[in-house]
Design a protein around this ligand. Structure first.
Ligand SMILES: Cc1ncc(C[n+]2csc(CCOP(=O)(O)OP(=O)(O)O)c2C)c(N)n1
Ligand SMILES: [Mg+2]
Length: 597
């Protein structure tokens, strides 16, 4: 068989059933080999979109995504989205066509390995026809087990070579095509590592002594498997801990009466108060970074901080804990709960942080929509909070929310509820604008049983709008909400108050609903709650195409969480403005063209 066919066979045997990509000559045959073996191929319109779709799909399914790219520009077009995947530790295998070594002066030549390493991905390559299957299996397993973005260079000459099916050498129980069991390596991967007994005892002691413990679970808890939540809840109940998550694990404790939702910039006033009041904070598979802890402001002065992570390198990477515990989230929680249960003096009768009075406060105030605010809608523009609360009521609760980056991003993150930890796709590891639409499409493909809601700014929407064609072609009944302020609002609100010129970051109004209709989607313009009636009609119509809501939102002031983000740019304090010279940029708007009212 050809090497391309062997690659398709090996990946199909590994259980790959969905691949994303954009096909050129260099990945034409390998993509077809995957399709011939039963894989569904999702053709995107831009490689960035293809990569974000694979990323979103992998986050929601918990499986390794597979992406197929043409050589050279096919790879470079995908780099921003791949950087996000690498930083977020999304398991992703990239089948990256590459020029033959002998094609020294090919226009398509780039240094794939150097670029891969430069964005934090793991470089790999097909070494020869004889080793190709081993190379592919190793790359896939590295992506899957180590949660890496592995970029596997596929030189054209190796792809075109003949090979004999090698039976996936070195892999247990494989002698020929179709025999590589999908779970064969999963056993060896060893999730479930229990920390050393001394660490278990130390954490148990701290929990037993704590008056007001709070657990913050992160991405590591989300990916630790379905049992992790139950183990964490059992332990939390034993010591009276309140429950919170990082944004990446939003939804993990949904339904618990002790769930404070997200810790960090998106925390409700009540959640922030209670986390700040904790005497013990335990991060579970959680980086405890500046976002989750509001740069440390959510940790009270006398709080004891514990970090549990199976990856030793993660412990203390952002903030030095008072106690580091090396172990799998679920296994550690179980071991500590068992230790507490077996102890001679457990905190008998002590409810910890779980008093009846607090329970009542949490029940009344745990959602952002329970926090009073002044609706700033004025008839021509809708307050983004009002818009999002209306949508929260209108859209089915069984939903996946995917959020792009920008000033708007807190509104969907804070005001739209999600059903569980698999209901939120948050591509913020690289803080790139423009990945939200495609990661939503990947999420929608991953969970067709749920309504996917993409939340975008107008900047991010227009940057990535070409994937609307993909969503229409695939017949995805998803909702795309554009918080349209005709601006790069993040910049406007950051620099505007200091009097800087804003011509480079403001734009004439764009009718994004009309653009959506041009792609074949349903488009609705919303300026007031009453304009949302067509959303109800769309929901009731068994839709087979996306609905884009072009929401003209108020923009009188910036979102407060934005300042937190900008503070991260300058850890040693913001630079002082050197000059305030007015900037007149003739390139931004042709003379004589006025903005429509
Ligand atoms: C790829 C990329 N380019 C530029 C930026 C800088 N940036 C951060 S937020 C933002 C504005 C995004 O505008 P929009 O999507 O309309 O959201 P808004 O801030 O207006 O709510 C920009 C340009 C970025 N983060 N990523
Ligand atoms: Mg905007």
């Amino acid at each position: 068989m050809l090497v391309t066919e062997a690659i398709g066979q090996a990946l199909a045997d590994l259980g790959v059933d969905t691949t994303f990509g954009l096909v050129g000559s260099g990945n034409f045959h390998v993509t077809n080999a995957l399709i011939a073996r039963g894989t569904r191929f999702i053709a995107a319109r831009h490689e960035s979109g293809a990569a974000s779709m694979a990323d979103g799909w992998a986050r929601i399914t918990g499986r390794a995504g597979v992406l197929s790219l043409h050589q050279g520009p096919g790879i470079t077009n995908a780099l921003t989205a791949l950087t996000e995947a690498a930083k977020a530790r999304t398991p992703l295998l990239v089948l990256a066509a590459d020029v033959s070594p002998a094609a020294k002066l090919s226009n398509f030549r780039i240094d794939v390995a150097a670029i891969s390493a430069g964005i934090g991905a793991t470089p790999a390559r097909l070494h020869s026809a004889g080793l190709a299957v081993d190379d592919v299996v190793r790359a896939y397993r590295t992506a899957e087990r180590e949660r890496r973005c592995v970029i596997l260079a596929l030189p054209l000459d190796v792809q075109a070579s003949e090979c004999t099916w090698p039976g996936v050498a070195g892999v247990e129980g494989t002698a020929g095509p179709g025999t590589l069991a999908a779970g064969a390596w999963a056993l060896a991967a060893g999730p479930g590592a229990v920390p050393p007994p001394a660490q278990v005892a130390a954490l148990a002691r701290r929990l037993a002594a704590a008056q007001r413990p709070v657990f913050i679970a992160g991405r590591g808890a989300r990916v630790a498997g379905p049992g992790a939540r139950a183990e964490l809840e059992r332990l939390a109940a034993a010591c009276g801990a309140l429950l919170a998550t990082s944004a990446a694990a939003k939804g993990l404790f949904r339904g618990s009466p002790w769930d404070l939702d997200v810790s960090g910039g998106f925390a409700t006033p009540l959640a922030a108060e209670l986390i700040r009041g904790a005497d013990l904070v335990v991060g579970w598979g959680c980086a405890l970074n500046m976002w989750t802890l509001r740069s440390g402001a959510l940790i009270g002065p006398d709080a004891f901080v514990v970090q549990v992570d199976h990856d030793t390198a993660a412990i203390g990477a952002h903030r030095r804990p008072d106690l580091g515990v090396t172990g799998d989230v679920g296994a550690t929680a179980r071991a500590v709960a068992d230790h507490l249960a077996a102890g001679t003096s457990p905190p008998a009768g002590d409810a910890g942080y779980r008093s009846a009075a607090l329970g009542a406060r949490i029940a009344a105030q745990h959602r952002w929509r329970d926090v009073p605010f002044t609706d700033e809608s004025d008839g021509s523009r809708i307050d983004p909070r009002t818009l999002t609360i209306e949508l929260d009521d209108l859209l089915p609760a069984e939903r996946t929310v995917a959020v792009d980056s920008g000033n708007f991003m807190g509104y969907p993150s804070m005001f739209l509820s999600v059903p569980d930890q698999d209901g939120f796709t948050f591509t913020q590891a690289f803080q790139s604008v423009g990945l939200g639409l495609a990661s939503a499409i990947g999420s929608a493909i991953a969970r067709p049983d749920r309504l996917t809601v993409a939340a975008l700014g107008d900047g991010g929407a227009l940057m990535a709008i070409s994937e609307l064609e993909t969503a229409v072609r695939l017949g995805l009944p998803m909702v795309i909400v554009v918080y349209n302020d005709d601006a790069y609002g993040a910049e406007v609100h950051h620099f505007g108050p200091d009097g800087y010129p804003l011509e480079t970051v403001t734009f004439p109004p764009t009718d994004i609903a009309a653009i959506a209709r041009g792609y074949g989607a349903t488009g609705v313009t919303v300026r007031a709650p009453g304009d949302l009636a067509p959303v109800r009609a769309w929901l009731d119509s068994s839709p087979d195409r996306p609905l884009l809501i072009d929401a003209k939102v108020t923009a009188t002031h910036g979102a407060w969480w934005l300042e937190e983000a900008f503070r991260g740019h300058y850890p040693t304090g913001p630079p002082q403005p050197a000059s305030r010279l007015p900037v007149r940029n003739p390139g931004s708007r042709p003379a004589g063209i006025q903005d429509p009212p």
